[in-house]
Design a protein around this ligand. Sequence first.
Ligand code: FAD
Length: 416
Amino acid sequence: MRYSALELLKQGLSGNKAWPRLWRSPAPKPAYDALIIGGGGHGLATAYYLARNHGMTNVAVLEKGYLGSGNIGRNTTIVRANYLLPGNSEFYSHSLKLWEGMETDLNFNAMHSQRGIINLFHSDGQRDAFARRGNAMINQGDDAILLDREGVRREVPYLDFDQTRYPIYGGLWHKRGGTARHDAVAWGYARGADQRGVDLIQNCEVTGFLIENGAVQGVQTTRGEIRAPKVGMVVAGRSGQVAEMAGFRLPIESHILQAFVTEGLKPCIDQVITYGMGHFYISQSDKGGLVFGGDLDFYASYAQRGNLPMAEHVVEAGMTLMPMIGKAKMLRSWGGIMDMTPDGSPIIDHSPVQGLYVNAGWCYGGFKAVPASGWCMAHLMATDTVHEIARRYRLDRFRTGHLIDEEATGSQHNLH
Ligand SMILES: Cc1cc2nc3c(=O)[nH]c(=O)nc-3n(C[C@H](O)[C@H](O)[C@H](O)COP(=O)(O)OP(=O)(O)OC[C@H]3O[C@@H](n4cnc5c(N)ncnc54)[C@H](O)[C@@H]3O)c2cc1C
C-alpha cells in the first residue's frame, strides 16, 4: 500500500480495519545472497539500500530481539551535519541530504523536523573553535550561522543569561539540523526493505559464524544455521562480542549513555540546544516532553540502563543553563549501549574474514548517520569496494594512526 492523504481518508471512513502490516514475518530460509546481523537503524537501512540501489533482494536481516529494540529506539533523535574533519564532514553532509528526501523515498512519515540546532559557547576560545567548525560546514556546502550573545537571546530568550560562572558568549546555529522520530525511521526502512523482498527475521540471535578457509559461509543462530557468502555485522553496542565470535578483535569499548524525558508540556523549546560548559542538550518532542541527555556513564557495560550519579550531573547542568525546566516532572530515563571507538568516528569496512563486513563504532552519534551508513554499507556489501564518502572509516586506521578525532580528546573511548 502507498500511503497518501486519499488512503488515509479511505481507511478512516472504513473504520481503519484494512491497514496492512508494515512487514511480513517470514521463517528463515536455509540460504541467502547476503545476511545482515542487527535490525537497528543501520542494519535496516543497509538492507533497504541493498535492494533499492543494488537490486539485491535475496537478503535477510537477523535481529535477536524485535526491530528497533536497540539504540535506534533509544536515542534523543538529533539529526545534524555539523562536523569539522575531512571524513566526517562529507559523510554527514551526504547523510543530511538523504534525510531531506527520506520520507518521500520511503513513503513513510519519520517526523523529520529541521527545527535547527544551537551549540552554545561560553569563552573566546570556544568561539574560535565554533567559528572554525562553522566555516568547515559552509565549505562543505552545509549551513552555519555564528550568533553573538544577543543573537542567541533573540532565539532562545529563556536561557539563564545572567549566570556569571559560565556566561553565554554566543552560539553556532545549524538551521538544517533538527530531530526525527527515531523508531519511525526503523519502521520506514523495515517496510521499504520488506516491500522489496528482504526477509526481516526477529527473535533470531546470531550465536556463531561458519568460516571456511578464511571466508564466511554463513551464521549459526537460535533459529538454525543460515548460509550466505556475504554477511554484514551491524550490531552497534554488541560489535565487540559479535566480532569475537568471528575470531577478531575490534577497537571498541561499550559504554552506557542515558536519556531523559519529562511530562508533556506546551511548546516551549523550538530548537535543539547544546550547552558548551556542561553535559547537557535538550529538545522538545512533538508529544511535548522535554527530551534531554548528557554524557556517558564512563564505565564499560552491556546494561541498557545507567546510574544515578550521571542522571544527577545532567540535571544539574540543565538547571544552570535553563532554570525553568526545574518545574517540569521527569517521566522516565533509559540507557543504550554505545559502541565507542578510540577516535569517536565509525568503521565501515571489510573485516579480516573474507565476505564479512563491519559497520560499527557509531558512538553516541549514529542516529543521524543511519541513511548514509546504510547507503555506504550496502555499496560495500554489493560491490566489495568501500564507498568514496566512507573511505576514511577504515578499520586499519587504528593501527596506522590515521584517526578522525573530531573532539581532539585523544585515544580514550569514553572521552568521545
Ligand atoms: C540515549 C542515547 C541518545 C542518543 N542520541 C543520539 C542523537 O541525538 N543523535 C544521534 O545521531 N545519535 C544518537 N544516539 C546514537 C544512536 O542511537 C546509535 O549510534 C545508533 O542508533 C546505532 O546504530 P543502530 O541503530 O543500528 O543500533 P541498534 O538499534 O542498537 O541496532 C543494533 C541491533 O543489533 C542487534 N543485535 C546485537 N547482537 C546481535 C546478535 N548477536 N544477533 C542478532 N542481532 C543482534 C540488537 O538487538 C540491535 O537491535 C544516541 C544513543 C543513545 C543510547
